[in-house]
Design a protein around this ligand. Structure first.
Ligand code: FAD
Length: 319
């Protein structure tokens, strides 16, 4: 448990297994999280990621005809659920820390909480624009890009807190992951520009990259080659998200800027219902996973979206 993600990778003799979970919806207890984790524990995950969800703006129609604006966080509790998973399962957890909705002070305090809980891994991401907003807007005195967030965490790893007057500070010990996009980030003008900024995140102190999902392994292999050509040497962990519904033919490219290959679309269209799409997603991911493992990827990281029956079938087939 003392090993962080980067040490797990360094010591591994074969491809590791990991997965990402969402914290439960507000009002739910730990059982939905346990239901997602339990079937996957037999595959000995090297680490489990927990996403962070920023507040959403909600408009309420009042009886006097006016509209009231307020914010809600639908999935709070990332730090707490990460600690609960760590202590219940004895597994490394990687809570996500985002720029959106956080001042630098709040970020520092969340990281202090994590250190007290013995959590030494984080994935540092910017976060998407708030629902209904076209552009990402940081908090006043918040981090604008993931690079700034990585820099802040790295400073804390060197004992440098926001209050420079603090004496005899304790250095933190975070292993920092960042996001990479084989098909480029939606806001990026081109892949070269995106890789240029990805390199800045590594130079700022990130230890490894986890990719956005992809359905064509060649996109991942080409991305890794381009990163290496630009001097990015850290591990690049492929992220896989099996398709589960026919609606994703439209929603995945639109939401994530990720192509669905013609062959997969053709098979999805042949499915009679989403149960069949879910099974197709399992088969497609197994084929992807087998090829990625043959090429020696350090970890296969799965996006569960909170339900793990499909990931269990894939893990059974490949691990
Ligand atoms: P950045 O690295 O800041 O990049 C964002 C864009 O800005 C890119 O186009 C980049 O090329 C550009 N850019 C970067 N630096 C600069 C600069 N200095 N000047 C100009 N342009 C720049 N979202 C959540 O809300 N919660 C999560 O838990 C979460 N987990 C994720 C996990 C993974 C593995 C991935 C791949 C994504 C995750 N996301 C999550 C989504 C992520 O927050 C979005 O994709 C977001 O839009 C970008 O985050 P980033 O960290 O890549 O941002």
């Amino acid at each position: 448990m003392k090993d962080r993600v980067i040490e797990h990778i360094a010591k591994a003799k074969s491809t590791l297994f990991s997965f990402e979970l969402l914290p439960p919806l507000k009002g739910q207890d730990f059982s939905s999280t346990a239901n997602a984790i339990d079937p996957l524990m037999e595959f000995k995950p090297a680490f489990i990621n927990i996403t962070y969800h920023q507040e959403e703006v909600v408009y309420e129609n009042l009886s006097n005809g006016l509209i009231k604006k307020h914010t809600v966080r639908k999935r709070p509790g990332t730090v707490g659920i990460a600690a609960a998973i760590k202590f219940r399962y004895g597994v490394n957890v990687v809570p996500h820390i985002i720029c959106g909705g956080f001042t630098r002070e709040e970020t520092e305090n969340a990281l202090i909480d994590l250190q007290f809980l013995g959590v030494n891994d984080v994935l540092a991401v910017r976060g998407d624009p708030q629902v209904g907003m076209k552009k990402f807007i940081p908090e006043p005195d918040g981090n604008q890009h993931a690079t700034e967030l990585v820099k802040q965490i790295n400073k804390l790893n060197n004992g440098l807190y926001l209050d420079e007057e603090l004496l005899n500070t304790r250095s933190m010990n975070f292993c920092i992951g960042v996001a990479g996009y084989p098909e480029k980030h939606a806001e990026s003008p081109n892949l070269d520009s995106d890789i240029h900024f990805l390199k800045k995140k590594i130079e700022a102190g990130a230890h490894y990259i986890v990719t956005q999902m992809f359905y064509d392994n060649q996109k991942y292999f080409d991305f890794v080659d381009r990163c290496r050509a630009e001097g990015i040497t850290v591990p690049i962990i492929p992220g896989l998200k099996p398709v589960t519904t026919s609606e994703q033919i439209v929603s995945i490219p639109k939401t994530f800027n990720v192509d669905i290959p013609a062959g997969l679309v053709k098979e999805m269209l042949k499915c009679k219902d989403n149960l069949q799409v879910r099974q197709l997603g399992v088969e497609w991911s197994i084929a992807q996973a087998k090829e990625l493992m043959e090429k020696g990827v350090p970890v296969l990281h799965f996006y569960t979206m909170g339900k793990s029956d499909n990931i269990q079938k894939i893990a059974k087939a490949v691990f």
